[in-house]
Design a protein around this ligand. Structure first.
Ligand SMILES: NC(=O)c1ccc[n+]([C@@H]2O[C@H](COP(=O)([O-])OP(=O)(O)OC[C@H]3O[C@@H](n4cnc5c(N)ncnc54)[C@H](O)[C@@H]3O)[C@@H](O)[C@H]2O)c1
Length: 137
């Protein structure tokens, strides 16, 4: 299988619905053979990793960890969909508040391993921040 790059891609929030789908999509698009899944919810993360192993994708090096430092070390690309789950009675504004705090914490972790460029994609309709981080060349 040919890949766009061999650099490490870290998917943050990989135990979640969007993150796990993004991981599979990245593999199927042949973006890179080196994918690291990160999520603080370790049991769910292991489940996602096992599902991907069972798919038998060829030539893939899929790793997973709940240690943010390990996840970000040497990662050239990061896709982040990690966030708080919306519960009954919560408005989208409530959700944004929780997710803003998570994004702030994430920004500190990224800084600690020298990432320098943060782009936030936010849709007005959904009030969701999806962050794409690029390591400065
Ligand atoms: N799925 C949708 O259609 C949709 C729509 C609007 C908003 N959102 C929001 O987008 C985010 C992701 O959606 P989802 O459907 O994948 O949710 P999800 O609940 O399935 O997954 C979110 C994942 O983020 C992880 N997480 C929690 N705190 C984290 C942190 N500090 N760092 C990294 N990861 C963390 C959780 O453990 C979980 O596995 C959520 O905040 C959700 O509320 C989703």
């Amino acid at each position: 299988m040919e890949f766009v790059t061999n650099e490490k891609l870290t998917i943050v929030g990989a135990a979640g619905m969007i993150g796990s789908n993004m991981a599979q999509t990245a593999i199927m698009m042949g973006l890179t053979p080196n994918i690291c899944l990160y999520d603080p919810y370790a049991p769910g993360l292991e489940g996602v990793a096992e599902e991907l192993y069972h798919c038998g994708f060829e030539g893939m090096n899929i790793t997973f960890t709940s240690d943010i430092k390990e996840a970000l070390t040497d990662a050239k690309y990061i896709v982040n969909s990690g966030g708080a789950a919306r519960k009954a009675g919560m408005t989208r504004e409530d959700l944004l508040k929780g997710n803003a705090a998570i994004a702030e914490e994430f920004g500190k972790n990224v800084k600690a391993v020298s990432y320098t460029h943060l782009r936030a994609h936010e849709t007005g309709r959904n009030l969701v921040c999806r962050l794409l981080l690029e390591k400065k060349k």
